[in-house]
Design a protein around this ligand. Structure first.
Ligand code: COS
Length: 382
């Protein structure tokens, strides 16, 4: 039975995240968006507080928290600064999770510990120019040459791509085996032949860097291989089952931030002699926004609870991501509408939030892919 009564620890994490977000992240968020400035200082503070290895066991330098606490924290961060929250989400639910669950002890000591302690930043490299939704079509190759693996190819849309220290890269070792030939590797920055390219100039999430990465004769050994050859696609997908919960929490946070701004504004702004919150059409918008956010949050918590309890959550994770990202776009659009002309200028945060919301329907699996995942799970389990 699912209980949404939070533990003291979960509530403390939410409170600590909210305080940090309000005091440290909110102040420069508009400028970081305008100038596309990476939040380096904020991330190092978050690392010291344990937010960059939230679910990693203390044995490896993490905070040992559950996925519910993680969603509560991501929501608070995204409420004020979605761009920083994506760096936190990728770090925790993709990179740290994969290394902790599939890495060997040497890899955990060398790569996971500095990530979990917040000293390093991680990136997840699955997408390619021709392999986005169709993630099986990896054309990055990993060819065995004596004791070495030699990787060649191109990765695309890599969050934290220019700023990360540690990269998880998926590559095809034997095209005949299709997805069963894919392997996962961990690569340090500055490895010869591993070259992050220029940052993308994005519509939203501008303070987080996204780039393509070229791999030219990148020489690795088995020390870089995560898990077994042929396990890579499954590692990538299982990582995304948790990653999608992170994006869903981020979407709820963006929506909640925009809603709170719109509610506040609607009480201050007057038209026809009364605050606009007294107009019924504005009231209808506020009611719809609040209801959708609460429904989305319930889906997120359910998916996180299932994950914490080691129960199947592929469908629930995709449902949470699909619904939360959809409503994040609806709610931020309405928040701009409630602000009228002021919502369309950069001085007011809802303008940024509307732009930030868009990518939640795209990354870590588009809304179209989430519907495929949900339908397949329903059919498989019926
Ligand atoms: N969790 C665990 N295992 C999964 C899985 C998941 N979410 N999704 C697929 N798998 C497994 C399948 O069970 C299947 O296992 P078998 O080899 O034992 O049959 C295997 O992986 C291949 O899956 P499937 O047959 O479903 O592959 P498809 O190519 O038909 O579809 C989709 C896979 C489309 C669901 C997958 O490619 C996907 O999620 N695409 C989006 C990728 C994405 O999110 N990219 C963003 C990257 S971060 S910006």
């Amino acid at each position: 039975m699912i209980s949404f009564e939070f533990s003291d620890i979960q509530l403390q994490i939410k409170e600590a995240a909210a305080k940090f977000a309000q005091e440290e992240m909110a102040p420069g968020a508009i400028e970081r968006d305008i100038n596309a400035t990476y939040p380096r200082e904020i991330l190092s503070q978050l690392g010291e507080l344990g937010f960059l290895g939230m679910m990693v066991s203390p044995e490896w330098g993490g905070s040992g928290l559950d996925a519910v606490s993680y969603t509560l924290a991501i929501e608070e961060f995204a409420k004020v600064d979605a761009a920083t929250s994506i760096v936190i989400s990728v770090q925790n639910s993709l990179v740290c999770w994969i290394l902790e669950n599939y890495g060997n002890d040497e890899q955990k000591e060398k790569f996971l510990r500095p990530l979990a302690e917040g000293k390093d930043i991680g990136a997840y490299c699955l997408s390619e120019p021709e392999a986005g939704s169709d993630a099986r079509q990896q054309s990055t190759t990993a060819v065995k040459d004596g004791d070495y693996w030699v990787l060649n190819g191109m990765k695309n849309w890599i969050s934290s791509g220019t700023n990360a220290d540690t990269y998880i890269v998926f590559a095809q070792t034997n095209p005949e085996l299709k997805h069963k030939g894919i392997a996962a590797f961990v690569i340090s920055k500055n490895t010869p032949g591993f070259e992050p390219a220029k940052k993308e100039d994005k519509m939203g999430m501008r303070a987080s860097d996204t780039c393509s990465i070229g791999l030219t004769n990148v020489k690795l050994t088995n020390e870089n291989l995560i898990g077994k050859v042929g396990e890579g696609f499954y590692i990538a997908m299982r990582g995304l089952n948790g990653g999608r919960i992170g994006i869903a929490s981020q979407s709820v946070g963006i929506a909640q931030g925009a809603f709170e701004a719109a509610l506040k504004y609607s009480k201050e702004r007057k038209t026809m002699g009364i605050p606009i919150c007294e107009h019924q059409l504005i009231q209808a918008k506020l009611a719809q926004m609040s209801m959708k956010i609460n429904a989305a949050r319930s889906l997120v918590l359910k998916a996180a609870w299932l994950r914490d309890n080691k129960m199947d959550h592929i469908r629930e994770s995709s449902e949470a991501k699909l619904f939360a990202s959809t409503i994040a776009n609806e709610v931020t659009r309405e928040a701009v509408q409630i602000h009228g002309g002021y919502g369309y200028v950069r001085e007011y945060i809802v303008e940024r939030m509307m732009r930030d919301a868009k990518v939640t329907e795209i990354y870590e699996g588009t809304s179209e892919i989430q519907q495929i995942v949900i339908a397949r799970e329903l059919i498989k389990n019926s």
